[in-house]
Design a protein around this ligand. Structure first.
Ligand SMILES: Cc1cc2nc3c(=O)[nH]c(=O)nc-3n(C[C@H](O)[C@H](O)[C@H](O)COP(=O)(O)OP(=O)(O)OC[C@H]3O[C@@H](n4cnc5c(N)ncnc54)[C@H](O)[C@@H]3O)c2cc1C
Length: 484
């Protein structure tokens, strides 16, 4: 694409509707890929401010250690990512997380590692709960209780349904592991939307899960398929970078890196969108913002300040990824597991440790292990300001305490995310409703990304597909809309 002060996409091919996608993380790349796949005849440009696409996702390779910068893998909770992987021709390259990593997960509480219980027998025998705590959790199917507030926190919801101990240990571990957030602040309806639905429909979470599993089995049987297995985590032998590279390759010169969007305007209802970047200006019929909320807010500030302020209200936490390599001989135990969580309420020097080389193959050279600690989160954000030496020493001390490693780390790599994961605090869904109402006043403006309706890779890919469908339906001629 030629550099000029004003580059109008419309000028390049006036017959084609034009879309500019802002942000080249997984969401933006998937929106652009789906638009190209489903809506031939729409011209797409993706603008990414960084020097590489991928956003949070990226894999580094140092001295035989393969380090994920952000996510470690994705769950097949919905078909969204597996379908994308298939459409990119990558299915044969997928690798599933080890069986051990699915079954053996730990929490670090009261000074030692405890295996997270699986099933009713595990719950009955776990030392993590008192007898009273066990009774409160296992009697959940018969408990009748009503939400106290319209938008309950994860902590209040789990306490109401399954007791305080379950909330303090299991809900905290879940939220710490996925969001690096505080269960007392996060909205259950926004963070785990399925839970309130199960309660409403089945009168109980446990009963609702069992009923849903029976239904899935029945449907699979009716279609002559194997009953669906438990949810699994997936990646690629060479890491999640494979997914980003494939998307980028398919998109070719649709992706322009090193171009930061500063603002957008639409002088009149009938005129196209004008996208101002730090280099040049684009015009388009539709703009899809997929960059983080605080960037979307800055871009929209002069165009619709009320909308921008709503978006700017979505908070983020801070996370440092501290990857350490050890000699295998220095690490006692079988290490056949996923790793452990140190619940936020324990305020330790790390949120948890993923045993990367136990989860996926080829993460460390033979004779070594690679572990990744996540530090910071909503309560320990100051850890990002620690220098590398202090962070490594703190993480090593935690790992030595929890796992009894003997030697010093032989490898280290630190990645700091000053604005890491958006936090869907109580009120998030009301905020979303206001954002959607305000945005709907601007034809051709689409807002998506991990700030809105799910932070997992699966959520991002699912939402990206939905947005690509909406954009296609808006821009394609009537006779082609039904094909999308
Ligand atoms: C440490 C960490 C661990 C995680 N672990 C997991 C996990 O194990 N499993 C899982 O499913 N999910 C995980 N996640 C969440 C998941 O990675 C993200 O939610 C997802 O990758 C977000 O993708 P996105 O495209 O919406 O946003 P981003 O990845 O943030 O991409 C947004 C892009 O927009 C670009 N941009 C910003 N401003 C501008 C601008 N003005 N103009 C143009 N471009 C701009 C950015 O450079 C960036 O590339 C993790 C996240 C983090 C941070």
């Amino acid at each position: 694409m030629t550099a000029s002060n004003t580059f109008s996409l419309a000028e390049s091919n006036s017959a084609m509707p034009q879309v500019v996608v802002v942000g080249g993380g997984l969401t933006g790349l998937t929106v652009a890929f789906r638009l190209k796949q489903w809506a031939a005849g729409i011209s797409v440009v993706l603008l990414e401010s960084g020097d590489r696409p991928g956003g949070n996702i990226g894999t580094e390779w140092h001295e035989g250690f393969r380090v994920e910068r952000g996510p470690n893998g994705f769950l097949d909770r919905t078909p969204a990512v597996p379908d994308l992987v298939r459409d990119l021709g990558l299915s044969a390259q997928l690798i599933a997380a080890s069986d051990g990593s699915r079954k053996n997960r730990y929490v670090f509480v009261r000074g030692q590692l405890h295996k997270l219980p699986r099933g009713p027998l595990g719950l009955l025998t776990t030392p993590l709960l008192s007898w009273r705590g066990k009774w409160q959790l296992l009697s959940e199917p018969w408990r009748k209780s009503q939400p106290v507030s319209a938008d309950e926190s994860v902590h209040d919801f789990v306490t109401r349904r399954a007791g305080q101990e379950a909330a303090d240990i299991f809900a905290d571990a879940l939220v710490t592991g996925i969001h690096g957030g505080d269960p007392r602040q996060l909205s259950v309806a926004a963070t785990f939307p399925r839970l309130p639905v199960l309660e409403r429909e089945a009168g109980s979470i446990i009963r609702g899960f069992l009923r849903a599993a029976r239904q899935r089995k029945k449907e699979a049987k009716a279609q002559g398929l194997h009953p669906p297995g438990p949810m699994r985590m997936w990646s690629f032998r060479e890491g999640l970078q494979v997914l980003i590279d494939a998307l980028t390759q398919h998109l070719g010169d649709t992706v322009q890196c090193g171009v930061a969007v500063r603002s957008i305007t639409k002088p009149t209802e009938a005129s196209p969108w004008i996208i101002h970047t730090d280099r040049t200006t684009f015009t388009a019929d539709a703009v899809v913002l997929t960059c983080p909320a605080y960037e979307q807010a800055a871009i929209l500030h002069d165009y619709d300040r009320t909308l921008a302020e709503e978006i700017a209200g979505i908070p983020y936490n801070r996370i440092a990824v501290v990857a350490l390599g050890y000699r295998r001989d220095d690490c006692p135990g079988g290490l056949d597991g996923f790793g452990y969580i140190a619940p936020q309420n324990t305020r330790r020097d790390l949120l948890g440790v993923q045993w990367c080389s136990s989860i996926f193959p080829d993460r460390a050279p033979p004779g070594f292990v690679l572990w990744r600690a996540l530090c910071g989160g909503v309560h320990r954000g100051e850890q990002l300001d620690w220098d590398d030496d202090r962070l490594v020493k703190a993480v090593h001390a935690e790992i030595r305490l929890a796992m009894g490693v003997r030697g010093e780390p032989v490898f280290q790599r630190i990645i700091r995310w000053p604005k890491a994961i958006p936090q869907y605090v109580c009120g998030h869904l009301d905020r979303m409703a206001r954002i959607e109402e305000l945005a709907s006043r601007h034809a051709g403006l689409f807002l998506t990304g991990n700030a809105y309706r799910g932070v997992a890779m699966a959520d991002c890919v699912e939402q990206a597909g939905r947005i690509a469908t909406q954009v296609s339906r808006m821009l394609l001629p009537p006779d082609r809309k039904s094909s999308v």
